[in-house]
Write a new protein. Structure first.
Length: 107
């Protein structure tokens, strides 16, 4: 499911996880584009380890954070600084575009 440096985010851990600099990948097991995005997120989680917390949240198992943030489709990526959403992307994102967003987030 998640790579070695990708956290599994749940409803219970969401608020603590997003307090710092974080990326949350809202995903679902039945979502094809989510499966295509997963290895990119896992690779960049390792690349940005120590700079950006990277995690995945299954919307079927943890619907509350998705509802609270108005997630209407997956994959949706939310980028956080200090508990606030500073950027978001809906749909598949290529590796270089996601890396660019993470570099901006971590600077």
């Amino acid at each position: 499911m998640a790579g070695p440096d990708t956290a599994v985010v749940t409803s219970a851990t969401f608020d603590d996880f997003t307090k710092g600099v974080a990326l949350v990948d809202f995903t679902a097991t039945w979502c094809g584009p989510c499966k295509a995005l997963a290895p990119i997120v896992d690779k960049l989680a390792t690349e940005f380890k120590g700079k950006v917390n990277v995690g995945k949240l299954d919307i079927d198992e943890n619907p509350e954070p998705a509802q609270n943030h108005g997630i209407m489709g997956v994959p949706t990526l939310l980028f956080f600084k200090g508990g606030k959403v500073v950027d978001q992307h809906v749909g598949l994102l290529n590796e270089s575009a996601l890396r660019s967003k993470l570099q901006k987030l971590s600077s």
